[in-house]
Ligand binder design. Sequence first.
Ligand SMILES: [Zn+2]
Length: 65
Amino acid sequence: MSGERYMADSRTKVVHDLVKEENECRIDEIVRAGKELPFKRPDEAHKEGYMDCSFCMVASKMCRM
Ligand SMILES: [Zn+2]
């Protein structure tokens, strides 16, 4: 990781906001499995087919609706 705010789980295809990270995100497990994929912006992850995490990305999801 090099300062990117968002991190995607390449197993579940879910992107997380590290600033609003929740326990349910299991960020440590993703890192331990080596499946983390850093993104600077959520749009970049969405373009790759990643979905917003329903725990830490709730606010940004509401903004887009
Ligand atoms: Zn999350």
